[in-house]
Design a protein around this ligand. Structure first.
Ligand code: NAD
Ligand code: MN
Length: 364
């Protein structure tokens, strides 16, 4: 029987609540299908580790997870530690260390959830945002001089490489080609950012020639925010730089109903390293430790993990469980206007999975 080695890294805040919930769902799934098992190893890295050791994860931490089949991540962010330390010390260390250059963020309005864009057009909202995840504005290049003096200076330099831009655009065109509408919008800002973004545009045109069946257009990032609200049905697959897509995907999550639902995959498409799956939300300081976090974003991330592992039937089963549970207002958490707890949502998903595999032998 196939056994998948999964590293779980809950991190901080509600990450410590939603990642164990995600593990429970995977365990329930494995028990029901009987076709594969998961071998979990948990890594207690993050803010608490930092308080004890002065770093978010050990220096050789990547070696401990390098040979896993996938990583399930929660959140990095602690009320008592500056955000740039928690982010760079853990999440970006893994994304960049494993060259997970494609960040993929699907957006759909799930049954039972009232997002601002519900019934926005002839078809239901169905977007995938592809975020460049290895360079650009978050390359970490820059510095500070004259600190504390009136002439203090600071720079964050955005780095775009031809290889980096080619690979993310090619990934996005390929993804668009695999989806029913075969439509890609390339987000840019080449009117104001007149070097790297102009190269980005040029490379988009070059790569588009490899995908003649994909209909594509270009949109400036500011105009894209308005288009997402006013003409959402004109969008399908969207590709943008690290910073631009970071912002657009939070907007997309809010338009679909809540940050608590949205998943993301940090992929190494070449599979040289493990890919990492996580909800897009952060540590949620206001509700952490209370058992009130919505685990759906993590469960949907688990769906993406199963798809990456090639377990398509299992992925469909978990997605069906998620949609069954969101359709019922009694299992809505506070972010969706309900009163359900993380425990109740998790139990409902696991219960559905047990019944689903009983009725649907293709999953068993
Ligand atoms: P956040 O996502 O933690 O919270 C924003 C708001 O959404 C809060 O009101 C929170 O309660 C709510 N929310 C988020 N997820 C929820 C869920 N699953 N269920 C119910 N409600 C939910 O964003 P923030 O407040 O900007 O950041 C808090 C900390 O998290 C910061 O330290 C930040 O750096 C970190 N962060 C980490 C990641 C990551 O690791 N990928 C992402 C975003 C923020
Ligand atoms: Mn973000």
């Amino acid at each position: 029987m196939k056994s998948y080695r999964i590293a779980t890294i809950p991190g901080d805040g509600i990450g410590k609540e939603v990642v164990p919930a995600g593990q429970e769902v995977l365990e329930a799934l494995a028990a029901q299908t009987g076709r594969f098992t998961f071998e979990f190893e948990n890594f207690v890295w993050g803010g608490d580790y930092y308080r004890e050791h002065g770093v978010m994860m050990p220096a050789d931490g990547l070696d401990a997870i390098r040979y896993k089949d996938a990583i399930l991540f929660g959140s990095a962010g602690d009320p008592a530690i500056p955000d740039h330390i928690t982010l760079w010390g853990l999440r970006l260390k893994i994304c960049q260390g494993f060259d997970q250059y494609a960040n993929v963020r699907p957006t759909r309005i799930l049954p039972g959830i009232d997002g601002p864009l519900k019934r926005c057009g002839p078809a239901d909202l169905d977007w995938v945002i592809v975020r460049e995840n290895s360079e650009g504005e978050y390359s970490g290049v820059g510095g500070r001089a004259h600190q504390g003096h009136p002439i203090e200076v600071a720079t964050d330099v955005s780095i775009m490489t031809r290889a980096g831009v080619e690979r993310i655009l090619r990934f996005a065109f390929r993804l668009a080609a695999s989806r029913p509408r075969k439509r890609l919008t390339v987000i840019t800002k080449s009117n104001a950012q007149r070097h790297a973004m102009v190269m980005w545009d040029e490379i988009a045109l070059e790569i588009s020639k490899e995908f003649p069946d994909v209909t594509w257009d270009k949109e400036l990032v500011d105009a894209a925010t308005a288009r997402m609200v006013n003409r959402p049905a004109t969008l399908d697959t969207i590709v943008a730089t690290n910073l631009h897509a970071d912002i657009l995907s939070d907007l997309a999550a809010a338009l679909a109903g809540s940050l608590g639902i949205a998943p993301t995959a940090n992929l190494d498409p070449e599979r040289r390293y493990p890919s990492m799956f996580e909800p897009i939300h952060g540590s949620a300081f206001d509700i952490m430790g209370m058992g009130l976090a919505n685990p759906i974003g993590t469960f949907w991330s688990v769906v993406m993990m199963l798809e990456h592992l090639g377990e398509m039937d299992a992925a469909r089963a978990v997605m069906a469980a998620i949609e069954h549970v969101t359709a019922n207002p009694a299992t809505h958490t506070g972010d969706l206007g309900g009163t359900a707890t993380t425990r109740q949502v998790t139990d409902a998903v696991c219960a559905f999975l047990a019944a689903y595999s009983a009725q649907a032998p293709q999953v068993a």
